[in-house]
Ligand binder design. Sequence first.
Ligand code: SF4
Ligand code: SF4
Length: 85
Amino acid sequence: MNPVEISIHAAACRGCELCVDVCPTRVFKFDADRRLCIVDHPEDCIACLSCAYICPSHAISHTGHHLVKNFYRDDDFCKRVERFL
Ligand code: SF4
Ligand code: SF4
């Protein structure tokens, strides 16, 4: 079971369809009658968060996803810092 839950603040959605276009797994669908997007296939969400990032209304939020922060080690910088250790 996919633990990621997606919610769309319907009152904030302006129906631009950017989330529909950006989602790599086609989670969203545009509801033409209500002029807003809806979550159609939440089970396919891979939690890339592209939709939340691109939404101009900040209307999309997720829960239950795991965030990983990348860590980069700059060896040159570490050598410079070693002088002070
Ligand atoms: S990107 Fe945001 S404002 Fe645009 S359709 Fe999706 S939820 Fe609505
Ligand atoms: S987080 Fe990524 S996969 Fe999930 S609904 Fe948004 S764009 Fe689609």
